[in-house]
Design a protein around this ligand. Structure first.
Ligand code: IVH
Length: 668
């Protein structure tokens, strides 16, 4: 075999191997190899594809995220309309459904399949000759949006399936894209860090992520999918819905395993009861069950109305609700000064717990729902989401209710409140606001920031309450005597806390940059900025244009960073941190000092983020060597824009070629 063919084969083997492990990990939740080994395989494939770009195909596991942000999505017509489901809210309605089905089948007994009704977004995927060629939203059922680029970023959607029969050469499958509770919380935490409005629930967050115009944003969100229907195949090869689900599974699609075969309605109803409570234990939202006639022949006989299939129905669980009085509406202050109104309720039992508060999101929401203090309200709790006010019962008003008004002064510090034009969130402008300070301290000490173990909310409350800490830098002047004077603080805990504080001084530039709480600078942005600057002093003097020239740093981040460093108060706190001995420069990862030991590098072409000199310095600091001509001994060739003949030479010799991003990853 020619060398080039052997390479092509190697690339294809690697891809199959990676696809296999992705399936074990993302679909079967049963990985066989470590993340590290998986990364190594993927890196090997990337390196080969970089050297032999002629072999890159769109279905390669390396090609999930690509394409420029779209201006808008194209509209696409569905091959077969995406109908919605008729709903049942009671057993009576289920019995009616069963009766209609039996009547339609002229007395033949139907079997049913019961599935969880996932609370996400319905989508359709088309595979042509085993390759994913289109992904679309449901839209109005007739036309949806072409979101192929975004769907490709969802790791549990295969880009390629193994088809074993010609009837599968063109296939459309449907399913529900959703976010787990954990995924939802992560996204909201990041949004909070950036001072952006939060998503109200996992479904909205999934919708916002799936329909984002920039596929790289979608890729950063942990979206997932369950497939529940084969909507089109050339020749129908399954006889029942259950068989089609099994086929989906064999083809490498993720299907929900809580699906049950039921011989009759009695069994269906039993299953409805089982899941009424059990659904709260799942880590994604389920708003009901879907009951489907199993036989495809029966489905055909029953047909559809213009809106719903007659062979399926959704049994919707009612979100548990309770009625109570809104005794007060208070305003909570977040780290960035955001003011969130919260309803204080007359305590009421709901879904097994006593509820005393409900979130009201923001002022506009209160106006929209016309919520007054003293109103009788219906509150609701779905899944494990925070209770919310569904509506108020205006008929129960007695005349002494009071309309809520967002205060124009911060309820905690008294500074003025500002709501920028076009934003829904009002903010406290006080730089010394104790509520903001507590949140800032909490963020500063958090695990992904300075990682100060033992500095929890109870201690922060006392430190701020007793005026012992007025800014984040004051943490570093705490001593044993002060700490042991706090409530519930024994000497041992105080010493542990002091040790943790001391240790955090070495957290390094990147963590500190995230910890000081610049608006819009979350963990990822801090990482990107820290590539370009070696210390806080460097960054403090950075001009806006300079920051904006870093890929991925936009106008908003650049602006808020520059503004942050212009503020006298922030400069003062940073100086205090520095004087206290907090490291203000990049961390030297001693352990990793020689990760490139004796590796020979060639640099060719123009690099975007380093000068040659800087790249050389990094390589040498890590124990590597930069040479000037490509030989068999060369280990890596780093290619920038417009590479020279060294690139061709390296390809010829089969030397690993990496681009700037990979170089950064390697040396991080
Ligand atoms: S079957 C023609 N199965 O619920 C029947 N739908 O209100 C097509 N959904 O638009 C739907 N889980 O987005 C089906 N196991 C499941 C489902 C499910 C969630 C969604 C789907 C549909 C909506 C209907």
């Amino acid at each position: 075999m020619k060398r080039i063919e052997a390479i092509k084969e190697k690339i294809e083997d690697l891809r199959d191997n990676i696809r296999y492990h992705e399936r074990r990990y993302y679909i079967e939740d049963n990985p066989e190899i470590s993340d590290y080994e998986y990364d190594r395989l993927l890196r090997e494939l990337k390196e080969l594809e970089n050297s032999y770009p002629q072999f890159i195909t769109p279905d390669s596991p390396t090609q999930r995220v690509g394409g420029e942000p779209a201006e808008k999505f194209q509209t696409v017509e569905h091959m077969i309309p995406m109908l919605s489901l008729d709903n049942a809210y009671s057993y009576d309605e289920l019995i009616d459904f069963d009766t209609r089905v039996k009547k339609g089948l002229k007395g033949e007994e139907p079997e049913y399949i019961v599935e969880l009704k996932i609370d996400g977004l319905g989508v359709a995927l088309i595979y042509e000759n085993g390759i994913l060629v289109r992904g679309a939203t449901r839209g109005d059922g007739i036309r949806g949006e072409d979101i192929t680029q975004n769907m490709r970023t969802i790791m549990s959607i295969p880009l390629k399936i193994e088809i074993n029969s010609p009837s599968l050469s063109y296939i459309e499958v449907r399913g529900e894209v959703f976010l787990t509770h954990q995924g939802f919380e992560t996204i909201n935490r990041e949004r909070e860090d950036r001072g952006e409005p939060l998503f109200a629930n996992p479904r909205n967050a999934a919708a916002g992520s799936l329909r984002h115009l920039d596929p790289s944003i979608t890729a950063s969100r942990p979206l997932d999918i369950f497939l529940y229907n084969v909507s089109y195949v050339r020749d129908p090869i399954f006889k029942t819905h259950l068989e089609s689900l099994q086929a989906l599974n064999r083809l490498g699609f993720k299907t929900n395993l809580n699906t049950l075969f039921c011989r009759d309605l009695q069994e269906v109803m039993h299953y409805v009861e089982v899941w009424r409570e059990k659904r709260d234990d799942l880590n994604y939202d389920v708003d009901g069950l879907v009951i489907k006639v199993n036989s495809l022949e029966h489905q055909k006989i029953l047909g559809s109305t213009t809106k719903h299939p007659r062979w399926a129905i959704a049994y919707k669980y009612q979100a548990e609700q309770a009625t109570t009085r809104i005794e007060d509406i208070i305003v909570q202050v977040g780290r960035t000064g955001s003011l969130t109104p919260v309803a204080i309720l007359k305590p009421v039992k709901l879904a097994g717990s006593t509820i005393k508060r409900a979130t009201l999101h923001n002022e506009d929401e209160i106006i929209r729902k016309d919520i007054w203090i003293g109103d009788t309200a219906i509150i609701e709790k779905g899944g494990d989401v925070i209770p919310k006010v569904v509506m108020v019962i205006k008929e129960k008003r007695e005349g002494d209710e009071v309309q809520f008004k967002m205060p124009d002064r911060c309820p905690v510090c008294g500074a003025s409140v500002f709501r920028p034009e076009g934003e829904v969130v009002a903010r406290c402008t006080g730089s010394a606001c104790p509520a903001q300070l507590k949140e800032r301290l909490h963020h500063f000490a958090s695990r992904t920031a300075m990682d100060i173990d033992h500095l929890g909310p109870a201690i922060i409350d006392q430190l701020v309450g007793k005026n012992l800490v007025k800014d984040v830098a004051d943490i570093y002047s705490l001593d044993l005597a002060t700490l042991t004077s706090l409530e519930r603080m024994a000497e041992k805990s105080a010493q542990n806390l002091l040790n943790a504080i001391e240790k955090s001084k070495d957290a390094g530039f990147q963590r500190l940059l995230y910890a000081i709480g610049i608006r819009y600078v979350g963990e990822r942005i801090a990482q990107i900025i820290s590539h370009g600057y070696s210390s806080m002093d460097d960054l403090m003097e950075a001009k806006r244009e300079e920051l904006e020239s870093i890929p991925e740093i936009g106008h908003r981040v650049a602006e808020s960073t520059v503004v942050f460093f212009l503020q006298e108060e922030n400069r003062r706190v940073l100086k205090k941190l520095k004087d206290a001995g907090v490291a203000m420069h990049k961390k030297r990862e001693e352990k990793r000092e020689d990760i490139l030991k004796e590796k020979q590098f060639i640099l060719t072409g123009t690099l975007e983020r380093f000068t040659r000199e800087e790249a050389k310095e990094i390589i040498e600091r890590l124990g590597g060597l930069v040479t000037s001509s490509v030989t068999k001994k060369t280990d890596y060739v780093v290619v920038g824009r417009d590479p020279g003949s060294k690139y061709d030479k390296a390809k010829e010799l089969g030397i690993t070629i990496i681009d700037e991003d990979e170089f950064i990853k390697m040396t991080e």
